[in-house]
Design a protein around this ligand. Structure first.
Ligand code: NI
Length: 255
């Protein structure tokens, strides 16, 4: 069994876990999962993420407004979010970013909220957890302008974009997508990312790796992701689990 796994991006506040959330999270340590960062999508879910982090010592929270939710949040959400981000177990501002695939919020609203939250992270000296779906150019423009520390999660760009991201000092988060049959780009990125910049994640309940694709995802499926990445990098999965956990602890300032 692979141990010492750090799931850098999960959504255990999701309805998908309503039936068995506490039971499942109580079983993670014996399944080899040492730490989880649970990412919020709005103010209400930030509160739930902080509660989960209070209930489980190995879970940390990221508080933020997801691009999908930016149209729904009040214009002056920053003071409230700032207060939440200053909670003891909040380790990042996230997840934040741009989503031009679904366009659930108008793009100018997404950009404004993203930029404000990047500035908040800088003010608090915290990392950001960035969601970038079909918005590579605008995401990069904002990251280059403000140079926050952080991770681009579920990285979906090319090796070239990964190189630019790493050059900014950021980390690359990889998950279930590297195991999918059509996964050319994520696999190329998995082979490229410098060892000290790689994180693994579930994005659960979504993105379940092969061979369980289609089922509800949870952190205990990360070994399937680690095996694929280890394979393309010519290393072993246990070693990669330890390296990615060290990276996550460094980025999120967890001892
Ligand atoms: Ni997510």
């Amino acid at each position: 069994m692979i141990s010492g796994i750090f799931d850098s991006h999960a959504h255990y506040d999701s309805k998908a876990f309503d039936e068995d959330r506490y039971e499942l999270l109580s079983s993670m340590k014996e399944k080899g999962v040492s730490n989880i960062v649970n990412c919020a999508s709005d103010i209400a879910s930030s509160l739930v993420c902080l509660e989960l982090a209070d209930d489980f010592d190995y879970i940390y929270a990221a508080c933020g407004i997801h691009p999908h939710e930016t149209a729904e949040c009040t214009k002056d959400f920053i003071p409230m979010l700032k207060k939440l981000c200053m909670s003891e177990k909040c380790v990042a501002v996230g997840e934040i970013g741009l989503d031009y695939h679904y366009d659930f919020s108008p793009r100018d609203v997404q950009i404004e909220a993203f930029e404000k939250q990047v500035l908040l992270a800088k003010e608090l000296d915290m990392p950001v957890i960035v969601h970038d779906r079909e918005a590579h150019e605008d995401v990069m423009t904002i990251l280059k302008k403000h140079r926050p520390k952080g991770v681009v999660h579920c990285f979906s760009g090319s090796v070239e974009l990964a190189r630019e991201t790493v050059k900014l000092g950021m980390y690359i988060g990889l998950g279930g997508a590297v195991t999918f049959k059509n996964a050319r780009k994520p696999v190329e990125v998995a082979a490229y990312v410098p060892e000290d910049r790689l994180l693994v994640e579930t994005d659960c309940p979504y993105m379940t790796p092969v061979p369980n694709r289609g089922k509800r995802n949870d952190s205990s499926y990360i070994p399937d992701v680690l095996e694929v990445i280890a394979n393309v990098r010519g290393t072993d999965a246990q070693r990669l689990a330890e390296i990615t956990a060290d990276n996550a602890r460094r980025l999120f300032s967890i001892k």
